[in-house]
Design a protein around this ligand. Structure first.
Ligand SMILES: [Zn+2]
Ligand SMILES: [Zn+2]
Length: 267
């Protein structure tokens, strides 16, 4: 039960510890009513490849960062408001097991736990936090979520024209609407998408552009599993420090610790 933890000393101590590990690179996290629900390492699908990231689940936000020194120092802090999060379980596929999508308005990405049990625990706790939050605020779940980007290495040719071969010169681009990897000429149009680009139009593929031109309401399509959305490094799309730098190699170690949850799922 989260409520039991709200004013507990243990909770305050844990949150101070998280703040400490992020040091000056992170936001203050101690806020009245906030509870650290759980923490652990998850493998996050980044633009190039999956990378281990330290995750902290609070009752209102999900925080993650690069691991500099395990359990001691983290950086590149990202904060996701749980109110806008939607989870979607992924089927196991080859080396990608125990995964699910974390979809938000500004970014969506896949994460993978070490075991099926850990996946279940994480998903149950996150879902519970979202439900409690929405019940308290009386808000409706957010319906529109950012596309999950297809990882770079899954496309050697443009997914729109099926012709352009990607090279150092023919760079890959991601459609912000469907997440497809496309070539420059196939993504030379822009659209205003909710939650993305800070009010500026963002890059989309010609297919999404045409579809949006035909109907006023912009459809939201998410490509299926194994996709990936990574912060847009070159764009002005930095939503509260929740952008860029996520792709950097923070560490090389991958020793596994089981996640810790401080709250039970009982009501
Ligand atoms: Zn193309
Ligand atoms: Zn598209």
């Amino acid at each position: 039960m989260v409520d039991r933890l709200v004013n507990s000393e243990a909770n305050a101590r844990r949150i101070a510890m998280v703040e400490n590990c992020f040091g000056g690179s992170g936001q203050p996290l101690a806020v009245p009513g906030r509870v650290l629900v759980g923490e652990g390492v998850l493998t996050k699908m980044c633009r190039k490849k999956p990378k281990p990231r330290q995750f902290f689940l609070f009752n209102d936000i999900l925080v993650y960062g690069n691991i500099v020194i395990n359990k001691k120092k983290y950086n590149k802090q990202h904060i996701i408001p749980l109110e806008e999060v939607k989870l979607e379980s992924l089927a196991d596929e080859g080396q990608y097991r125990n995964g699910w999508l974390i979809k938000t308005v500004t970014k969506s990405f896949a994460v993978y736990a070490a075991t099926p049990t850990e996946k279940q625990e994480w998903m149950a706790h996150i879902t519970k936090c979202i439900e409690d939050l929405l019940r308290k605020s009386g808000k409706k779940p957010v319906e529109v979520h950012a596309a999950v980007w297809v990882p770079d290495n899954e496309a050697t040719i443009c997914m729109h024209c099926n012709k352009t071969q990607f090279t150092v010169l023919n760079r890959r681009h991601h459609c912000r609407q469907c997440g497809a990897v496309v070539c420059g000429p196939c993504s030379n149009k822009k659209l205003l998408l909710p939650g993305q680009g800070n009010g500026k139009a963002v890059r989309v593929c010609l297919q999404c552009y045409d579809a949006a031109s035909k109907i006023k309401a912009i459809p939201t399509t998410a490509v299926d599993s194994l996709n990936n959305k990574d912060p847009q490094r070159n764009s002005a799309d930095s939503s509260g420090g929740d952008s860029s730098g996520d792709d950097d190699d923070g560490n090389k170690e991958e020793n596994h610790d089981e996640p810790k949850f401080y709250s039970t799922l009982g009501r």
